[in-house]
Ligand binder design. Structure first.
Ligand SMILES: [Mg+2]
Length: 173
C-alpha cells in the first residue's frame, strides 16, 4: 500500500484464529465459548471514524460471534462460509467498491483467496505460514491477542487517517 492507493472502505475479518486465538471451548451443556480481546474491539470501533465499514466473514456459525459483533456494532456478519472469496466479492459489489477498497484479515488457508484480491491484507503473527507469506502486513501480535487492533492501526496510519481517529475519540493532539 502506498499513498496513491485508494482508501479502504470495507474491513473484513475472519473470526477463529484472528479475532480469537483459535480456541473453541464447549461447556457441558453445549454452549460454545470464545475469548475476544478488548483492544481488538476498540480498534474495530475506530473504523467508522475513518469511514470504513467493519464486517465478519466466518467459516463457523457461533452465538459468541454474533454477540461480539452486536456489541461492537458490526452489522455485516456472514457465518458458515466455506468459500470466502465469493462472499466478500458480494459484500464489495453491494457497496460499489473496487477490490482495492477492501481489506481482509485472516489466519488460515481459506482466507488466502480474499486476501489475494483485497487492496490490503493482514495476518496475525501465528497465522499459517502460507497466509503470512501473502499478507500485505504481518502483525507482531497473535490472533485474539491484539492482532486486529494492530492491523487496523497500521492501515489507518498508512492511509493518513490515524489523526482523524484520535480527533474523533477526543484524544487528538
Ligand atoms: Mg481463522
Amino acid at each position: 500500500m502506498n499513498a496513491q492507493s485508494p482508501r479502504i472502505r470495507l474491513f473484513v475479518m475472519d473470526v477463529d484464529g484472528t479475532l480469537t486465538d483459535g480456541t473453541i471451548t464447549y461447556t457441558a451443556d453445549g454452549l460454545e465459548l470464545k475469548s475476544f480481546h478488548a483492544r481488538d474491539g476498540a480498534g474495530i470501533k475506530f473504523l467508522p471514524l475513518a469511514n470504513i465499514t467493519p464486517a465478519i466473514v466466518s467459516g463457523r456459525a457461533s452465538a459468541a460471534t454474533q454477540r461480539r459483533a452486536a456489541e461492537l456494532g458490526i452489522e455485516t456478519v456472514v457465518e458458515g462460509v466455506a468459500d470466502k472469496l465469493p462472499v466478500v466479492d458480494r459484500l464489495r459489489r453491494e457497496r460499489n467498491l473496487t477490490w482495492e477498497e477492501v481489506a481482509f484479515i485472516g489466519d488460515d488457508l481459506t482466507d488466502i483467496p480474499p486476501m489475494r484480491s483485497a487492496g490490503f491484507s493482514a495476518a496475525p503473527a501465528d497465522a499459517a505460514p502460507e497466509v503470512r507469506s501473502i499478507a500485505t502486513y504481518v502483525c507482531s501480535l497473535g490472533g485474539g491477542r491484539g492482532a486486529v487492533r494492530e492491523a487496523i492501526e497500521n492501515l489507518l496510519r498508512a492511509q493518513g487517517a490515524w489523526d482523524q481517529v484520535l480527533d474523533g475519540l477526543g484524544v487528538g493532539a
